[in-house]
Design a protein. Structure first.
Length: 110
């Protein structure tokens, strides 16, 4: 009997947080913005931009991280990639900065 290797891809899904949930946890999260810098006009207060303000290698894999972008689509993909690299506490702002602003929270202009 021959052994066979089976390629199993783990389903990786970050936790989606509403703006209210983010607001209540914001002090304990490293907030990383992954918007395209060419089109970036605003960001969450205290957010850092990946590869500009913060490098991936500088983030401990057990650090709770919130990934944000304008609509939530880019951040969801980036969060999945972080989880595939071993980051275990990865969150995404559901609806992105647009939802954050609709909830009445402050943004920083860039």
């Amino acid at each position: 009997m021959k052994a066979r290797l089976i390629n199993v891809k783990r389903s990786v899904k970050p936790v989606l947080l509403t703006p209210d949930e983010v607001k209540s946890k914001q002090a304990e999260l490293l907030v990383i913005d992954v918007q395209n810098p060419k089109f970036m006009t605003r960001m969450l207060p205290g957010a850092q931009r990946l590869n500009i303000d913060v490098l991936l290698k500088d983030i401990p894999s057990n650090q709770p991280v919130l990934i944000a972008c304008l609509t939530g689509q880019r951040s969801f993909i980036a969060a999945q990639q972080l989880m595939q690299r071993g980051y275990c506490q990865v969150y995404v702002l559901k609806g992105g900065l647009m939802a954050w602003q609709r909830a009445g929270y402050t943004v920083w202009l860039t």
